[in-house]
Ligand binder design. Sequence first.
Ligand SMILES: C[S@@+](CC[C@H](N)C(=O)[O-])C[C@H]1O[C@@H](n2cnc3c(N)ncnc32)[C@H](O)[C@@H]1O
Length: 352
Amino acid sequence: MNSVITGNFRPAFFPGQLNENSAQFLFRVRPFTTAASRRISPAKIRAFSTIFIETKPTAPVAAEKEDSGGASGLACPICYDPLTRISDSPLYVGETIGSNLQCNTCKKSYFGNQTHLDLVASSGSKQYDESMPLATELFRTPVVSFLYERGWRQNFIFGGFPGPEKEFDMAKNYLKPVLGGNIVDASCGSGMFTRLFANSGLFSQVTALDYSENMLRQCYEFIEKEENFPKEKVALVRADISRLPFKSSSVDAVHAGAALHCWPSPSTAVAEISRVLRPGGVFVATTYILDGPFAFLPFLRTFRENIMGIAGSQIFLSERELEDLCRTCGLVGFTCMRNGMFVMISARKRSN
Ligand SMILES: C[S@@+](CC[C@H](N)C(=O)[O-])C[C@H]1O[C@@H](n2cnc3c(N)ncnc32)[C@H](O)[C@@H]1O
């Protein structure tokens, strides 16, 4: 039987320093772990503007060595029991057509098509069709999926996003403790970061996950166009961020670029991310931040989804809310780096 995991890769190169690109942006950087840090004056914050605060490095987390159940850590999105591979098809990108995974508890089968494995709870349903909030449904359309990497994503620069390469460099800094392990690129879209993670050779396995079939198709097509792409290290999976198809404590890192504000329930999503992360595992994400009325007038938050619904149901949280969200979902060592409406946050699963 084939295995998706191709070995416990550990890079000789261990990038500990940020490059000069990262320092070009005037970020406000705060660890947000102590009350004292909150009392820091704006002038002092600016003085720290090009310093990166690191989470305390934990020992590198080993990649999973065995393909347990034949499906390398994949679990049933209904009961979270491990999935067993029925067919001999490998699960990596380009090889998923005809793959068949089974949950021996639910007695449910999950299948792969040409582009991805379908691991949403409703997969295989005949009559029932899920309708998600607009921020999720928008990216399921063929036109938005097609345009995403052909102009749509580039516009994020106006909100303060530095651009994929620089965001990747910044994320790598937070991912140092888990290099050599496996990473989930959650809500991968057309796979910009998936490709960067895979081509970097810094991770043993990259799972690109999105709810949108059309985004996954784009992701597949971009990968197909790349020469010498390490396909055997990459799996494309359709899944809902609120129901991740991974065993608990099986993932070394979760990256989520520009996605948190699109998730139907950020707390359910971050709770899921916390569940699947190993102790010491790292969550790093970018999103739009808004310290607007919802941050200061708590009673308005009850209506936030309805008010934001008019603007596409995206949920922009404040710094305090993002920190609280991570903490309340069991993640520690929150850090936050801002530029305009752009924010990169990181937190890690508490080590045992
Ligand atoms: C703005 S795109 C971000 C794509 C990419 N990560 C990036 O950095 O450009 C947001 C992505 O979130 C995905 N998404 C929205 N709701 C989701 C859900 N419930 N589960 C998984 N992915 C979801 C969308 O399909 C879309 O691909």
